[in-house]
Design a protein around this ligand. Structure first.
Ligand code: MG
Ligand code: MG
Length: 258
């Protein structure tokens, strides 16, 4: 059963996702070689609480922290730690909040200092595959149209699409129906209707698509040890054009200054 949100409810989700967008910019402002992922986690948690929100991931299914921080061959769900970021790393930061009962959820993959051309291309194509998916999040289309668009773009760059983890509906729960895979057939899956709010979140690998879970019970990494990138938007399906509730403009303002 799909829960279609009213305009007012979409407005509430816009607020919670705006707080996520601003939290990611706080992370961007501190990110540099030599700092730990746990430091970024503390910055994010304070910022969310100072702005009236509650970290959305902390305690969710027992997850211990505010951010998921996934470095290099870690795909998603990395646990912040004393790992010290190094020049040339890529860091995927996934952030969730609850604001007035509504969830926000989005992710951005950052370059730590200068990164290799291969990594630049991976990050660029992952971001572009998200944008392709968003352009299909229109009333009257189907979830499979989004999935197909993401997959086509990612694979056109020679990259592979993670299968084990998918996007999702979002609202008063972090994960609602439908599932939004990053691979699939055009015209398949649930119908997209105005008011459906979904997270589109391609996880794209430089090498093979297969992943495995670490013994910490959370971290997902690539089986072949090659890097992976992740971007995520929360999007309200609308007529004619998707209404993107996440914005990376605050992140980019910070990144363009440094
Ligand atoms: Mg998500
Ligand atoms: Mg997320």
């Amino acid at each position: 059963m799909l829960y279609l949100k009213t305009d007012e409810e979409v407005g509430m989700l816009r607020r919670s996702n705006l707080l996520v967008s601003k939290t990611l910019a706080e992370v961007a402002a501190r990110l540099k070689p030599g700092i730990t992922t746990l430091y970024l986690d503390r910055i994010a948690e304070s910022f969310i609480r100072d702005n009236g929100g509650v970290p959305g991931f902390k305690g969710y299914g027992g997850f211990p922290n505010t951010l998921c921080t996934s470095v290099n061959d870690e795909v998603v769900h990395g646990i912040p730690s004393n790992y010290t970021l190094r020049e040339g790393d890529i860091l995927s930061v996934d952030c969730g909040v609850i604001l007035d009962g509504w969830y926000g959820d989005s992710a951005y993959t950052f370059a730590v200092g200068e990164i290799s051309d291969d990594l630049k291309k991976l990050v660029e194509f992952t971001r572009a595959s998200l944008e392709e998916g968003v352009s299909e999040a229109v009333a009257g289309k189907r979830v499979g149209d989004i999935s197909y668009a993401v997959q086509q773009k990612a694979e056109s760059g020679g990259f592979s699409v993670v299968r084990e983890l998918v996007g999702h509906g979002i609202g008063k729960k972090l994960h609602e129906s439908p599932e939004v895979p990053n691979y699939g057939r055009r015209g398949s899956g649930p119908l997209l209707e105005k008011g459906l709010v979904i997270c589109i979140e391609p996880m794209i690998n430089l090498g093979r698509k297969e992943t495995m879970q670490m013994r910490d019970g959370w971290t997902i990494r690539t089986v072949d040890g090659k890097p992976s990138a992740h971007f995520e938007y929360a999007v309200a399906v609308d007529k004619g054009k998707a209404d993107v509730l996440t914005t990376f403009e605050f992140v980019e303002e910070v990144l363009n200054k440094t």
